[in-house]
Design a protein around this ligand. Structure first.
Ligand code: PHE
Length: 447
């Protein structure tokens, strides 16, 4: 057996885990959910959920990984044979997500290439996006570029690949985020957008707000998919686990809030204060934002290039964590070398990505309940399997191995300050709320 590699530094672990968390979800999904669900009130609910549920689940997953030194399948099995199925179930999630996530990563790469080559204005044209995604080869080509970059970094290993890449990509990402936000805030008329973003609108507040915030929080913090278990298994036993979780949360939530501050005012200025422009969902990033950049004249190409580079780095660090999770699952499960596991993972990713991509063109007749192939993958992983995994993980820790198993692991390195809250949440609150989310998200998807 190869020796298991570890992150060499504390900051390396935090940046890699934050890199996983900060992704497409923070940049396009968070701002439009905030706009849709009442601005300030959504932000407030979101932050509370991050500090309670998010904290509980993230501590649990990292501790499970570090305690066992194994990726998900092995980790659950090592703690209780009967619960090995939960590891298998968690392992399914990243295998479903990486392919389609990388297809979207390919779109981002293409847009970045357009802007950096000075051809950004073309992307603002009506129909540009649809023509692009529905063509057969172009999106597959850009997917190939994106997955190749992901592959190279993962192939180089935990310390030399992932940790090194995170130490370069994350600071650049933060720098770009701050710079674009400042630019966006200085646009004439941005104030109204900022007010719209932060002002709580209670008329839009309902149980649905909480559910939407909860779903977003899980996705954004990369929970319930074995990623944090895997990264935890590479974490040094001496590192302060609780503090690391706090830092990851600050990164993740900070970038989400800043993304809103860069997108909401800019779209507001562009659309003359039309709220509808913000609630276009996924097309916000690929259709509305290019129009916003198009309206900036000369500066548009530069700001657009900076924006898509930032999105690209965010997507890349996330897909790295997804692919690493898949690689480590196969490596641990089939006792094969890391290299071989990298190639097997790549083959599976490519095989699943092709239908996800073609589902917008040649295979667009294959739908289920109005969902394209990509949406089906997304629905199965995010709305069905992830809530099940989250719920069962809480039950497993709360009632099978008991919270003290996790608390003990956290306390190997330092005192567990929020230990009481942890115990109450994992045992009495989280499992029930998770069950509610599961029911609602499945109903929403098929309804
Ligand atoms: N957390 C990432 C984001 O916000 C998404 C992600 C999902 C990353 C699944 C890895 C795995 O975009």
């Amino acid at each position: 057996m190869e020796k298991r590699s570890l992150f060499s530094s504390k900051i390396g672990f935090v940046l890699a885990a934050a890199g996983s968390a900060v992704g497409l979800g923070n940049i396009w999904r968070f701002p439009y959910l905030a706009a849709k669900y009442g601005g300030g009130i959504f932000l407030l609910v979101y932050i509370i959920l991050v500090l309670t549920f998010g904290f509980t689940l993230m501590v649990t997953e990292i501790a499970l990984g570090r305690k066992t030194g194994l990726s998900v399948i092995g980790a659950y099995r090592a703690l209780n044979k009967k619960w090995a199925f939960l590891g298998v179930l968690s392992a399914v999630v990243p295998i479903i997500i990486v392919p389609y996530y990388s297809v979207i990563g390919g779109w981002v790469t293409k847009y970045f290439a357009d802007f950096i080559s000075g051809a950004g204005t073309a992307t603002a044209g009506d129909g540009y996006f649809n023509a692009f995604v529905s063509s057969e080869w172009t999106p597959l080509f850009w997917f190939a570029v994106f997955i190749a970059a992901t592959f190279v970094i993962v192939f180089m290993g935990v310390e030399k690949g992932i940790e090194k890449a995170s130490k370069i990509l994350m600071p650049v990402l933060i720098g770009l985020t701050v710079a674009i936000t400042i630019y966006s805030l200085t646009l004439p008329g941005a104030g109204a957008g900022v007010a719209y973003y932060f002002m709580p609108d209670f008329s839009k507040f309902s149980a649905e707000t909480v559910l939407a915030a909860m779903g977003q929080m899980f996705y954004s913090m990369s929970l319930a998919m074995g990623i944090m278990v895997t990264y935890g298994s590479y974490m040094n036993k001496k590192q302060d686990l609780e503090q690391s979780v706090k830092q990851i949360e600050i990164f993740d939530t900070g970038v989400a809030i800043l993304a809103g501050l860069m997108i909401v005012p800019a779209v507001f200025v562009f659309s003359g204060g039309d709220e509808a422009a913000l609630s276009t969902g996924p097309s916000l990033m690929f259709q509305t934002m290019p129009k916003v950049f198009g309206s900036m004249g000369e500066a548009g190409n530069i700001v657009g290039a900076a924006f898509f580079l930032m999105v690209l780095f965010a997507a890349l660090t996330s897909s790295i964590s997804l692919m690493e999770t898949v690689v480590s699952i196969f490596k641990d499960k089939f006792k094969i070398s890391r290299k071989r596991s990298c190639f097997i993972s790549l083959a599976i990713i490519v095989a699943l990505a092709i239908p996800s991509s073609l589902g917008f063109g040649m295979w667009d007749h294959i739908t289920w309940n109005g969902m394209t192939i990509l949406d089906m993958f997304d629905f199965t992983s995010n709305s069905v399997i992830m809530p099940i995994v989250a719920m069962l993980t809480c039950i497993f820790v709360g009632y099978v191995i008991k919270p003290k198993a996790i608390i003990g692991e956290v306390e190997l390195s330092s005192q567990f300050k929020r230990r009481k809250m942890y115990r109450v949440f994992i045992k009495y609150i989280a499992p029930f709320i998770m069950a509610a989310i599961l029911i609602c998200s499945v109903l929403q998807g098929i309804g």
